[in-house]
Design a binder for this molecule. Structure first.
Ligand code: CA
Length: 429
């Protein structure tokens, strides 16, 4: 068919046919349903639903987003993100790359020369290159860390809202909703070398796509979080350790409490979700209550989630480990954690075994029921206790609580299908 004919046919159809797609529903004043997980406790989670018209803003760039945040004020506000926003931009909207932030003579080459363990030893980096790294990192943080205040809803418009390079930070704030957003590549230009981490030393990166610190009543829904654009697998090895560029996708720490994470997609990343950042953070006792349901963890190496202290309800989630993907574990059971996992479905390649799905450090208990492993029902706990590495101790089934705040719990098989179809940004029904 010649082009003119195609154009003619299209034009005629255009006259005859009305698009079937209805106008997208306005989700910006949605609130968390009663009983939908821990974030529903007490006053529930309404985000910026009470905003007056002056505090409902549609933003298309970083500068607009920063203005709409209003310094992280407590005034109820709704921020709608349209299109792609790059956090690594200057006030004119021009992209900034790592070289633009580098200052004081910092370069990775000089940094590696200065702190090579063979010459520098195991002391914490200090001196000119470390000072230059810190100053450079501060310049990047000033751009990419975006604090979110209380009574705030941030939603993406339609199915194309992307926030690139940002670290959304809900710090000591209450009542926040983050929905329908594709959060990509919270890339750290200036990782720090920590010679005394994990015996061999390690690189520490600064940013999580979302970091909840001292945050309460937070609902994260239909979010996609990934390293898209800069996979860590493409990064080099420096001082014999992976030079990671990303920290967590969604970290929940420092006394955060009452969080529901639903219908979201965590993909293409190493350490996905840390709940509780330290064994000695005893202020987290009684807090870090989190519900994770109908989420997909796909090509995630570890921490889906890793939990300390919190009562965490993990139900109806879908885990996908593709053939050839790096994988360590999914459910991390750490100090005083009380993970209640039910009706989760795991899809893994042949070399991943049931006992690999769980890892314990100082954990004592894990509830699991209704688990599906490559389509087969398994008793995750019994298998873990029978086949764990031996350096890990057996876990008991009694985590000391039974979740009561939840919506309908589907079988793992039903959840598996629905999550595959419906989790992530751009998929709110
Ligand atoms: Ca983190």
């Amino acid at each position: 068919m010649r082009l003119r004919q195609i154009t003619l046919v299209t034009a005629v159809l255009g006259l005859l046919c009305v698009p079937a797609r209805a106008e997208a529903r306005d989700i910006s004043r949605d609130t968390l349903a009663a009983d939908d997980g821990w974030a529903a406790l007490g006053t529930g989670t309404t985000g910026g639903a009470a905003a007056d018209d002056a505090h409902v803003t549609t933003v298309t760039d970083r500068a607009g987003l920063v203005r709409a945040r209003d310094g992280g004020s407590d005034t109820p506000k709704i921020i709608k993100i349209a299109g792609t926003i790059d956090a690594n931009t200057d006030d004119d909207g021009d992209h900034l790359d790592c070289a633009d932030y580098a200052t004081g003579g910092y370069s990775l080459k000089r940094y590696l020369t200065a702190y090579d363990p063979r010459t520098w030893g195991a002391a914490k980096p200090s001196g000119a290159q470390e000072e230059a790294r810190q100053a450079s990192a501060a310049a990047q943080a000033e751009r990419v860390v975006l604090p979110v205040g209380s009574h705030t809803t941030i939603v993406g418009l339609g199915d194309g809202a992307v926030l690139k390079g940002a670290g959304l930070q809900v710090k000591n704030a209450d009542n926040v909703i983050l929905r329908n957003l594709d959060l990509r590549d919270a890339y750290d230009c200036f990782p720090v070398w920590q010679p005394n981490t994990g015996g061999l030393g390690d690189w520490k990166t600064a940013y999580d796509n979302i970091w909840l610190t001292g945050a309460t009543h937070v609902w994260v829904d239909h979010v996609t979080a990934s390293d898209q654009g800069h996979p860590d697998s493409a990064e080099p090895t420096c001082f014999a350790r992976n030079y990671l560029r990303h920290d967590g996708l969604l970290d929940i720490t420092n006394g955060s409490d009452l969080v529901t994470v639903s219908w979201s997609r965590f993909a293409g990343h190493d350490k996905a979700m840390l709940i509780g950042s330290g064994d000695t953070a005893t202020g987290d006792r009684g807090k870090l209550r989190v519900t994770l349901h109908h989420n997909q963890f796909e090509s995630v190496v570890q921490r889906a989630p890793r939990v300390r202290f919190g009562q965490v309800h993990v139900y109806d989630n879908r885990y996908v480990v593709p053939e050839g993907a790096e994988y360590r574990y999914s459910l991390g059971v750490s100090t005083e954690s009380a993970v209640y996992a039910e009706n989760n479905a795991f899809h893994t390649p042949g070399h991943v075994e049931v006992a690999d799905l769980v890892k314990s450090w100082n954990g004592t208990a894990l509830h699991q029921s209704g688990t599906l492993f490559n389509g087969w029902p398994v008793d995750l706990l019994a298998v873990y206790n029978a086949y764990n590495s031996g350096s890990e101790r057996d876990l008991t089934a009694d985590v000391g609580w039974t979740p009561t705040l939840h919506t309908k719990i589907d079988s793992a098989a039903v959840a598996d299908r629905e999550v595959a179809r419906g989790a992530g940004a751009g998929r709110i029904p």
